[in-house]
Ligand binder design. Structure first.
Ligand SMILES: C[S@@+](CC[C@H](N)C(=O)[O-])C[C@H]1O[C@@H](n2cnc3c(N)ncnc32)[C@H](O)[C@@H]1O
Length: 401
């Protein structure tokens, strides 16, 4: 069924919203004010989804994104909008979510990313029959790729040279992470016996390989501000290194607004935030569930000569308890946000301030609602960690009422 649709709004994933005979239709790669001819590809009771066949009228802020896999590989989704408009879209999206779900009016500033492309220090590629690629959005269909506009050029170079090495038995995934000089490669096989962690070092344009089980040699070092962080391929680390520094500076700025004796850094990863704020707190305790990340965190403490930080391995909800008396808690949970047990314990502990770093505004507002009786949102700033995608990071300061 072909129809002509005018785009009157955008959803939270940056898809254009229009109407056909009064029913809402969501259309990828269609921007505000545009008029498009679409094919209806899904027709549910409540809404439809459409695919653009032809642009009848385009928005002046539309740009040409030079990626052959755009709208196919499941990575970028708002790259057809110029960068300034991307930032406006993200700001309005978060404003709308706060208004709709929390009834809080906010007007946050958004920190732009210095790099709009080639900003990712990490990539996960799926492997099928010696082909490397990404999965199409919401499917397991492999879209073969030779390169990606979002990742660091070194990773693109590595992808090209990797093609010769794909005959590892049962290989299903290759994960690459680079600091610009060294690159970690993890080969994940259906048979764990064939899993491999390799450090690729650049040497006269040839890639030399080194494999080891030792943390020190299975990690690469990233510099954030004045600190150094060893990161393994299995540990969480922000993918946009330059923007991570801006985000952690904001966390520091919020913390420095008042004196802190003990801070908890919940979901601490490789100890990034705990170490970054160690000089403005008397003591910091970081909690993290991932073994590899906690080994990095303990290593990073020594690497930076820091002795007022302690790391505990385990599930945050089991480790924090109301015998702990921090005056400040930083939380940086995964997309699913905070669980109810953790929220109840935080409310019992009653720290004076909470700094909530979030990669998902929907779970962020859900948790702010749950904390609302005791905590008031004092400030929020957004960070564009992932240009050309609809994702956005928020940093919130919550004060005890
Ligand atoms: C968004 S990352 C933040 C890491 C760190 N703050 C940073 O900036 O690098 C979330 C981290 O939470 C960890 N995690 C997930 N669920 C957890 C849980 N229940 N308890 C403790 N850590 C958890 C993940 O392993 C991951 O390292």
């Amino acid at each position: 069924m072909k129809k002509i649709v005018e785009i009157v709004n955008l959803d939270h994933q940056g898809r254009g919203i229009g109407k056909i005979d009064g029913k809402v239709i969501f259309i990828s790669n269609a921007y505000l004010g545009e008029v498009v001819e679409v094919e209806v590809i899904k027709d549910n009771k409540k809404y439809m989804e459409g695919k653009v066949l032809k642009y009848i009228k385009t928005n002046d802020n539309r740009v040409n994104y030079a990626c052959p896999y755009y709208q196919k590989c499941g990575g970028c989704n708002i790259a057809h909008i110029n960068y300034k408009e991307q930032l406006e879209f993200k700001k309005n999206m978060v404003k709308d979510i706060f208004k709709r779900f929390c009834n809080i009016e906010i007007n946050p500033s958004i920190c732009e990313s210095e790099n709009k492309i080639n900003y990712r220090n990490k990539v996960t590629l799926h492997v099928e029959e010696n082909n490397l690629g990404f999965y199409e959005d919401k499917t397991n269909k492999l879209i073969k790729i030779d390169s990606c506009l979002l990742i660091n050029e070194i990773l693109n170079k590595t992808i090209k040279s990797l093609k010769k090495q794909l005959d590892v038995k049962g290989l299903k995934e290759v994960i690459l992470r680079t600091n610009g000089e060294e690159t970690l490669a993890k080969f994940v096989s259906n048979d764990p016996l064939f899993n491999m962690d390799i450090v690729l070092k650049e040497n006269d344009n040839d890639l030399q390989q080194e494999a080891s089980d030792n943390l020190k040699e299975n990690a690469i070092i990233f510099n954030l501000g004045k600190y150094k962080y060893a990161v393994t391929v299995d540990s969480f680390f922000q993918v946009n290194t330059k923007q991570a520094v801006n985000l952690y500076d904001k966390v520091r700025e919020y913390i420095a607004m008042d004196k802190v004796d003990t801070a908890l850094d919940l979901y601490c990863g490789t100890g990034t935030i705990a170490i970054y704020i160690s000089d403005i707190c008397n003591k910091v305790i970081g909690i993290e569930i991932n073994k590899s990340a906690i080994s990095c965190a303990n290593y990073n403490k020594k690497l930076n000569n820091i002795d007022n930080v302690e790391f505990i391995e385990g599930d945050v909800s089991n480790i924090i308890n109301n015998n702990m008396t921090p005056d400040l808690i930083v939380v940086d949970p995964p997309r699913s946000g905070l669980d109810n047990k953790t929220i109840s314990t935080i409310k019992e502990i009653k720290p004076k301030r909470i700094i909530y770093v979030s990669c998902n505004p929907i779970t962020l507002v859900r948790d702010i609602n749950k904390l609302n009786e005791d905590y008031k949102l004092n400030d929020i700033e957004l960070f564009d960690m992932f240009p050309n995608t609809y994702h956005v990071e928020s940093v919130c300061l919550l004060n005890l009422r």
